[in-house]
Design a protein around this ligand. Structure first.
Ligand SMILES: [Zn+2]
Length: 228
């Protein structure tokens, strides 16, 4: 296009550039940023976490927090992810030493033992039912352990025996259903059923009939044993 001998497309480009520059100079970026942050803080800041768990190295990383906040990661408000291990009345020896201990979920940590270190030393083994609770330094109160190590191991042993009995019953039932229905198998099953009944009575446990069925999934064999 040629008007008055000028190349119009150049004129258009220059005009657009001027307009863009003008908008960039006068657009209220700060205000927008502030609004965005206020909104994200409203969503992400759990009030009791912010107040007390401010880490020492705060100033250097504060700007980082801002960035994380604006993309909505509440985890970033804690400088690192920490948990502590809730004690269980039937803890095994492997897990006992980690109970009420704070573990870091970071890959490396100078102050706390990391979860992967604990796991490589036996914690969270197969069948482990320990639960990790979020830990906020200065904010989370860890209650004193109410079980003695000795009592825990005794209880653990009882549950291991219960698992063994349940497993035997499952196997016998499976064999009866799928292999053959010999009367000796049925006799063995009856004996085991009596045994588990007495065992539960003796140790004041409630029998879990679901776990005595061969179809039960692997997870349920161990996880649902918080029965009183
Ligand atoms: Zn455990």
């Amino acid at each position: 296009m040629n008007w008055f001998g000028t190349n119009v497309s150049w004129v258009v480009i220059v005009i657009i550039l001027v307009i863009v520059l003008f908008i960039a100079m006068f657009f209220p970026w700060q205000k927008l940023k502030k609004l965005k942050k206020e909104k994200s803080d409203l969503v992400n800041k759990p009030k009791n976490v912010i107040k007390d768990s401010k880490p020492e190295e705060e100033p250097a990383i504060l700007s980082f927090m801002g960035i994380y906040n604006s993309i909505g990661k509440s985890e970033a408000l804690r400088m690192k992810k920490l948990v502590y291990v809730l004690p269980k009345e039937n803890s095994c020896e492997l897990c006992q030493k980690y109970e009420n201990e704070v573990l870091s979920l970071e890959v490396l940590d100078k102050k706390y033992l990391t979860m992967s270190e604990a796991i490589s030393n036996g914690y969270h083994h197969i069948g482990c039912t320990h639960v990790d609770i979020d830990y906020y330094p200065g904010d989370t109160k860890i209650d004193k352990k109410i079980f003695s190590n000795e009592d825990q191991l005794k209880k653990h042993k009882v549950y291991m025996e219960l698992f063994k009995l349940e497993n035997e019953i499952r196997n016998l039932k499976y064999d009866l259903e799928n292999k053959n229905s010999e009367s000796s198998l049925q006799d063995n099953l009856n004996k085991k059923l009596l045994e588990i009944e007495e065992f539960c009575k003796k140790n004041s446990l409630q029998r879990n009939l679901e776990r005595e069925e061969p179809e039960i999934n692997e997870l349920k064999k161990f996880t649902k044993y918080d029965i009183n």
